[in-house]
Design a protein around this ligand. Sequence first.
Ligand SMILES: [Zn+2]
Length: 474
Amino acid sequence: MRATAAATLAALVALSASGNAAHAQDPSAIDWDAVRVESMEHFKALLRIDTSNPPGNETAAATYLRGILEREGIETELFALDPSRANLVARIGGDGSARPILVMAHTDVVGTQPENWSVDPFAAVTRDGYVYGRGSLDDKDNVTAGLMLMLLLKRTGMRLGRDVIFLAEAGEEGTTTWGIDYMVDEHWDRIDAEYCLAEGGETVSVDGRVRYVNIATTEKFPMRVRLVARGTAGHGSVPLLDNAVALLAGAVARVSGWQSPLRLNETTRTYFQRLADISTPEEASRYRGVLDPAQQPWVERYFAEHEPQHYSLLRTSVVPTMMSAGFRANVIPTEAEATFDIRALPDEDPQAFYAALAGVINDPRVEVIPQPIYRPASPPSRLDNEMFRALEATTARLFPGAATIPTMLAGATDMAQVRARGTQCYGFGPVEAMEGMTGGGGAHGDDERILESSLLPLVRYLWYTVTDVAASGG
Ligand SMILES: [Zn+2]
């Protein structure tokens, strides 16, 4: 505590010593060593606030952030549909010559099973070069980066052409009603921006050197369907041709054996091209092969078996996740039911897809019942604008020789709602060692942890990218 306070003071002194605006525009005026210490202090404080969702209690985190920001003269607003689930917005004004940049991170975390953890999930324990804690990768690292960005913009007095907005949002983990839906539907004027930076990217190092930075430029959107098979009820001793359990099993088997059409977009094409450029010749032949219709069949078979994440990038995926049927061993039930988790390509037409699914099932006794879609679809964010170029420039500056690779997330984030409003959104993330990526410790996993050394680079990555695009005359 004492050491940290001293370091924070040192950072302030370092900044105020070079306090005129001309100097402040020079990034070398920032004492990054002091920023590293201060960032870690805020990060750990946030990890120690239990914002497990449900119930969330994000107001506790928003209140912490508000205290830090307002102490330094940065105004904040809290927006809460439920008083315990506040979203925080802070803004540093530019000269209005260009539209704002939104930096967004969520304060809620998924729940834990503490008995499966080797440490207390809310104690922010440091061990063997890692900081452990629920939210350490998802998403309190980005919350910390957003907070530090605002503090540094304020302290340096950097002249901005664009407003920079920080949104620390509630409810990302499955309860968007309290968070991004509320902000987009009711308070869009507070977060309306040309560009948005948020979670979802990955910075991957091998043997201590960063090889590539994945930037999330689009994501699939979740659609779910229920299948309900209906037949005649009866005694288990008498076989019936319209047995609902058998009809359902047949339908699930037909759908599972079906491949929806393979379709690439600008993001996934560029992803495989750039990945090929940094891969071994054998890997590269597959990543280039997937771009060639003649080679796609063997490559997708390989992906299905060995690289399921890549397989999912090629198409709208349909995965059976639940089945329920029957209640007694000697009774044929009238109904049997299954659920499919469908992850749709950004340009998928849901109605046409449901119809295709019904065609594959090809049995009027099995009804396809679409469930509500809670993430809107939107086109991928562009790769040819100043924000994407700034991300590439930051990669080159901080991680020389590393590639910047646009990527499509198979999962869903709150960027979906913001992209649907026309904002160009990009997900970035902290350095993770390839060697440490297997064996647990990831986002949502037990023992979730982040490399202690990766927090400062995350703060700097955001700083250089935002100031590159937002600085006046830039
Ligand atoms: Zn997240």
